[in-house]
Design a protein around this ligand. Structure first.
Ligand code: ZN
Ligand code: FE
Ligand code: FE
Length: 293
C-alpha cells in the first residue's frame, strides 16, 4: 500500500509556536498537518521570526515528514467576494497577499481559502469580485504558493458551494496554474453531494473541475443530514456520513498522495485525532472510541 498523508489541524501557540505545531502533529501519529498562521477569526499576525519556524522545519526534516504535504489555512474572516465595501475588499486582497507570503515563509506550498459569501450581491457579482481579488493577490505576492479553494456547505450566502461554482472561479482567473481545490467531506455532504457513491462524486468533480486540481481533502463527519447547508463538523463515525464512507475516501486510489486533514471537534476538551487517524489507517472502527479518550 502506498503511503497515506493524513493529519489534522494543529495549534500554533506560545511558547513553541511552529515547533509545537510539528510536535503536536507527531503526537497524533500524523504524516502531515494543517495550521493557521495566526488566529483563524482575526487578521492579527505575529511576525514569522517570533514563531520558531526554523526549529519546526528542522523537526519536519528529522522526522521524515514531507513538507510539500503540509497545509496552511487562511483565516475565514477574509471575504474577497464583497465589493460593496471597497475598504474591506482592498484589505482582503492585502491580507491574501500577506498570508501567501507567510505560507511561503513556513516552507509550505498550499494555502486553503474559503471563497467567501455574496452577502446579497448575487453570485455572479461575488464571483467576479473574488476572481479579481485573487488575480490581484496572485500578481503581487511573489510566491509559488497555490490557493486551494474550499468546497463550501452553502451556509448563508456562501459561494463555492457546487463544483460548477468552483470551476467558474478557476476558469475566469488568469492565474489558473496557481488555483486548486480543497474537498471538504462535511461541506460537500451538507451541500447535497451523496458521498455514499464516492466514485460518482469524484467522476463529477473530474468532469466539472478536473481531478488534477484536487490539492487537499478535509475529512470530517457531519452533524447534519445531506443537503442541510449547515457546516457542523462531527467526529469520524459519529455523524451522518459515517465511518465506512469516510474510510472509502481515505483509501480511494484516485486520491493517492493527496493530503487528508481532519477538522473534527474536540471531545470532552480532548483532541480526537490520534484515535481517528489510527482507525482510518486500520479500517477498524471502534463504536465506543470517543468514550475512551
Ligand atoms: Zn476551511
Ligand atoms: Fe474544511
Ligand atoms: Fe467547515
Amino acid at each position: 500500500m502506498s503511503k497515506l498523508y493524513i493529519g489534522s489541524h494543529v495549534g500554533l501557540n506560545a511558547p513553541d509556536f511552529y515547533l509545537g505545531s510539528v510536535r503536536e502533529a507527531l503526537s497524533y501519529g500524523a504524516t502531515t498537518f494543517m495550521f493557521y498562521t495566526g488566529a483563524p477569526q482575526n487578521s492579527f499576525r505575529k511576525p514569522l521570526d517570533q514563531l520558531k519556524v526554523e526549529e519546526g522545519r528542522k523537526l519536519i526534516k528529522e522526522s521524515g515528514l514531507d513538507e510539500s504535504k503540509i497545509i496552511v489555512h487562511a483565516p475565514y474572516i477574509i471575504n474577497a467576494c464583497n465589493i460593496t465595501k471597497p475598504d474591506l475588499y482592498e484589505m482582503s486582497i492585502n491580507f491574501i497577499v500577506n498570508e501567501l507570503q507567510r505560507t511561503a515563509g513556513f516552507g509550505v506550498s498550499i494555502m486553503v481559502l474559503h471563497p467567501g459569501a455574496h452577502v446579497g450581491q448575487g453570485r455572479e457579482i461575488a464571483i467576479d469580485a473574488l476572481v479579481k481579488a485573487l488575480d490581484e493577490a496572485l500578481d503581487r505576492d511573489g510566491t509559488n504558493v497555490k490557493i486551494a479553494l474550499e468546497t463550501m456547505a452553502g451556509k448563508g450566502t456562501e459561494v463555492g458551494v457546487t463544483f460548477e461554482e468552483i470551476a467558474q472561479i478557476i476558469n475566469l482567473s488568469k492565474h489558473k496554474e496557481r488555483l486548486g481545490v480543497c474537498f471538504d467531506t462535511c461541506h460537500t455532504h451538507d451541500s447535497g453531494y451523496d458521498l455514499s457513491d464516492f466514485d460518482a462524486v469524484l467522476d463529477e468533480f473530474d468532469r466539472i473541475i478536473g481531478l488534477d486540481r484536487l490539492l487537499v481533502v478535509h475529512l470530517n463527519d457531519s452533524k447534519n443530514i445531506r443537503g442541510a447547508h449547515k457546516d457542523r463538523h462531527e467526529n469520524i463515525g459519529y455523524g451522518e456520513i459515517g465511518f465506512d464512507i469516510l474510510y472509502k475516501v481515505v483509501t480511494s486510489p484516485r486520491l493517492e498522495n493527496i493530503p487528508i486533514i481532519l477538522e473534527t471537534p474536540y471531545y470532552n476538551e480532548k483532541p480526537p485525532y490520534k484515535q481517528e487517524i489510527e482507525m482510518l489507517r486500520s479500517g477498524k472502527f471502534d463504536p465506543l472510541w470517543r468514550d475512551k479518550l
